[in-house]
Design a binder for this molecule. Structure first.
Ligand SMILES: [Zn+2]
Length: 265
């Protein structure tokens, strides 16, 4: 799934004046090259916002802190794109290490709110709800870089999972529409995903995601019409082209699609 000539491996690194990725060494079929931990800072400022410290991997957290210290900066805020362990498991430990608050949606304290503008050391971040992959998914606009941090809503390679029953296809499609609106307005031209390489053409990728979702929905509808009785039976027909290791995740996406078809016909 990674490392082929057509799909060069991603190692993280600096992607713009304001963003740098420290890649967590947790590659898998679900996490692609690993989890992207993003370090954001306004040029000239010593205040860093960390997005998704990742799984509880002390070596990774130390690598993130080393990178921040090497640049003469310090972590003043941690944001989470969503609560899945590969993004958020280390949040409490990272808070211990940095003293910086951790903010996300649905943690029950200091929650992000839709449309909130976060300002740190001259850096402006716009918190945008993008539920669907999970109900708590948020994306973050960096207006100065025309960039959107997408978490697992849009990945750097391939497509993502609607993690039913917490995730929902209806809200996922609405979130893709919202992101498409940001690309159409020119607010967002590039994406910094939670896994895989940064995306240089945000508009084309959102269009691909929307088309892919519509195509999968057609395929699921056809599989049901041909007599598939269970989500697994649908996966066997519709996801024959994806590695079996991701079939459990595909089954959740199929459940989400079946729910959507029940509600929308
Ligand atoms: Zn993830």
């Amino acid at each position: 799934m990674k490392g082929t000539a057509a799909d060069p491996a991603w190692h993280g690194g600096v992607t713009s004046e304001r963003a740098e990725c420290v890649l967590c060494p947790n590659p898998s079929p679900m996490t692609l090259d690993g989890t992207n931990t993003w370090l954001l800072a306004e040029p000239g400022s010593d205040e860093v916002v960390v997005v998704d410290p990742g799984p509880l991997d002390e070596g990774h957290l130390q690598a993130v802190l080393r990178r921040v210290e090497e640049s003469g900066r310090r972590v003043v805020l941690t944001l989470l794109t969503h609560g899945h362990d590969d993004h958020a498991e280390s949040a409490d430990r990272f808070h211990e290490l940095t003293g910086a608050p951790v903010r996300a949606f649905g943690r029950g304290h200091d929650d992000l709110w839709a449309g909130e503008t976060i300002r740190v050391g001259g850096l402006e971040i716009l918190a945008t709800p993008t539920p669907g992959h999970t109900s708590d998914s948020f994306s973050f606009v960096l207006p100065a870089d025309n960039t959107l941090l997408t978490g697992d809503t849009i990945l750097g390679r391939g497509t993502t999972v609607v993690a039913w029953p917490d995730g929902s296809l209806e809200s996922y499609l609405a979130s893709l529409d919202r992101i498409e609106g940001l690309t159409r307005a020119g607010t967002v031209t590039r994406l910094l995903p939670g896994h895989g390489p940064f995306v240089a053409d945000a508009a084309a990728t959102v269009t691909f995601y929307l088309q892919h979702r519509a195509q999968r929905l057609d395929q699921v509808r056809d599989a049901v019409a041909r007599g598939a009785q269970t989500a697994y039976a649908v996966v066997e027909q519709v996801y024959a082209d994806v590695p079996r290791s991701v079939w459990p995740a595909a089954e959740l996406s199929v459940q989400a699609q079946l729910e959507y078809l029940r509600e929308h016909g």
